[in-house]
Ligand binder design. Structure first.
Ligand code: MLC
Ligand code: AMP
Length: 464
């Protein structure tokens, strides 16, 4: 079991704080152990992943029981939630049950489970993540992979049990859940979850390490008083989406310290990062973390299998990563697994990057315009297009991510249809999928730009 601090004999008060609620280490172990005792069968257990102590208890409990856990975004609409529950084969549910969910609830037992041997190769967590097309895929992360990924970060961030980590990110993704909560439960540091990632709440947390996506950092620098308060921290970490160099400089100016940037994916956890004790360079995401390797393949097709781009800090290549922190593949998706693995354990990230002679990496974009990063959330345009096409007033649609100063990219739907009310279409998406997957804007057009083969040319929409 990879949450090793929980087996420590020492209690720690306020080990986990969520909003106004707190648990000591002993209280968490007791509650999670009783949750584990109540899990019927072998799972997976689906957890209604609200930002709450109940979520931390349920996820910790499933890990203690050695049962795979599926964190379900609490605002996911019926279409998305139905897919996650069907695809994962979840056999039990924890938390409030939304309408339509009829899985049995986990009822905590009277006594905690006895410690048991858990196969580290078994899937500990199933995280659903968007691809370019279709419904989200379940990335299977083993306990061993999570442990390896976290240990690498403990080393590069000089993260110790004396740290307090604060953040207000969702508890159903790598960033907020695995790094932001499970990292502390493995190492024994304290964690404060602010429920929402608001600048004043970050400032009030008085932590030594802060985690945020660039949108969160953007809102923090817009609130200079809160930003200055974070200057007392040991480490300010940004990830999940590109941090503009100008924002890096503003953070450094207000807090007196440059942020540490790191790069990761649901499938790979964090593979690249600047070091706490090393160089922090605006626009660059640093070096491979211990246990990870990278390689850059020529961006144009047709180069030989062994071709690599030069480490000149300029030539763009397709980024592949390999390492002990990688996932074990997508559940029920042999097609996607065939596509993502490049042999010998190398994973095709779909990101484009450059590497310099010192081994520093810069992420320059994605191969496909169909994966959007908005507010740090990864969103596949195909999933949104499918929901919009279900609406009677939509004949054709193309969804893209357009630059946005706060969200990085904002979801915009270009619609050919009866020219009705864009808000109706936005609400339609929000009613079926997670709230953050709703388009921020709908633009009605007479026709979509297509190439002679009839394929929509999304690149032409990006400049609009
Ligand atoms: C929110 N609102 C809702 C709602 N949810 N209204 C109706 N229904 C819902 N379901 C309201 C809020 O109350 C608020 O209103 C308004 O919408 C905007 O809310 P917000 O929370 O500020 O939303 P938004 O601007 O859309 O989000 C910004 C954000 C969010 C940064 C908070 O995008 C976010 O949490 N991003 C983190 C994503 C993440 O963790 N990614 C990591 C993936 S892992 P009002 O009136 O209160 O303003 C990964 C690997 C790696 O990438 O490398 O880390
Ligand atoms: P997700 O699966 O939600 O974790 O999204 C992974 C994607 O987020 C990656 O493939 C990148 O495109 C993007 N990403 C994560 N971290 C960074 C970063 N530091 N800089 C640029 N892009 C990032």
């Amino acid at each position: 079991m990879f949450l090793t601090s929980l087996t420590s004999a020492h209690d720690l008060d306020r080990a986990v704080v969520v909003g106004d609620d707190a648990l000591s280490r002993a209280e968490l172990v007791d509650r999670a152990g009783r949750f584990a005792a109540g899990i019927p069968g072998d799972g997976p257990v689906a957890v209604h992943a609200t930002p709450s102590l109940d979520t931390v208890v349920a996820i910790t409990g499933a890990i203690l029981a050695g049962v795979p856990v599926v964190p379900v975004p609490p605002d996911s609409g019926p279409a998305e939630r139905g897919h996650v529950l069907r695809d994962s084969g979840a056999t039990a549910w924890a938390g409030d049950r939304p309408e339509g969910v009829d899985l049995p609830l986990v009822v905590p037992g009277r006594a905690p489970v006895a410690p048991r041997e858990i196969d580290p190769e078994r899937t500990a967590m199933l995280l659903y993540t968007s691809g370019t097309t279709g419904a989200p895929k379940g990335a299977q992360l083993s306990g061993r992979a999570i442990a390896a990924g976290l240990d690498g970060l403990f080393e590069v961030w000089d993260w110790t049990p004396d740290d307090t980590v604060a953040h207000g990110l969702p508890l159903f993704h790598v960033h907020g859940l695995i790094l932001g909560v499970l990292g502390s439960l493995r190492l024994g540091s304290r964690v404060v979850h602010t429920i929402k990632p608001q600048p004043a709440r970050y400032a009030a947390a008085e932590a030594s390490m802060y985690f945020g996506v660039p949108t969160v950092w953007n809102r923090i620098v817009e609130d200079p008083e809160s930003a200055r308060a974070l200057g007392k921290a040991r480490l300010l970490v940004s990830g999940s989406a590109p941090l503009p160099a100008s924002l890096f400089e503003r953070i450094a100016g207000l807090t007196g310290q440059a942020p540490v940037e790191r790069y990761g994916m649901t499938e790979t956890m964090i593979t690249l990062s600047a070091r706490a004790a090393g160089e922090r360079r605006a626009g660059w995401v640093g070096l491979p973390v211990p246990g990870a390797e990278t390689r850059l393949l020529p961006a144009e097709d047709g180069a030989g299998a062994d071709a690599r781009v030069p480490d000149d800090g300029e030539t763009v290549g397709k980024l592949q990563v390999r390492g002990s922190m990688l996932f074990g593949g997508y559940l029920n998706r042999p097609d996607a697994n065939d596509e993502c693995w490049a042999g010998d354990g190398w994973f095709r990230t779909g990101d484009l990057a450059v590497r310099d002679a010192d081994g520093f990496h810069r992420i320059v974009g994605r191969e496909s315009t169909d994966l959007i990063k908005s507010g740090g959330y990864r969103i596949g345009s195909g999933e949104i297009e499918a929901v919009l096409l279900d609406h009677p007033s939509v004949a054709e649609v193309a969804v893209v991510g357009l630059p946005d100063p706060d969200l990085g990219q904002k979801i915009v739907a270009f619609v050919v249809g009866d020219g009705g009310d864009g808000q109706v279409l936005i609400d339609h998406v929000a009613s079926q999928l997670s709230w953050h997957k709703r388009p921020r804007e709908v633009r009605f057009v007479d026709a979509l730009p297509r190439n002679p083969m009839g394929k929509v040319q999304k690149k032409l929409l990006l400049g609009t």
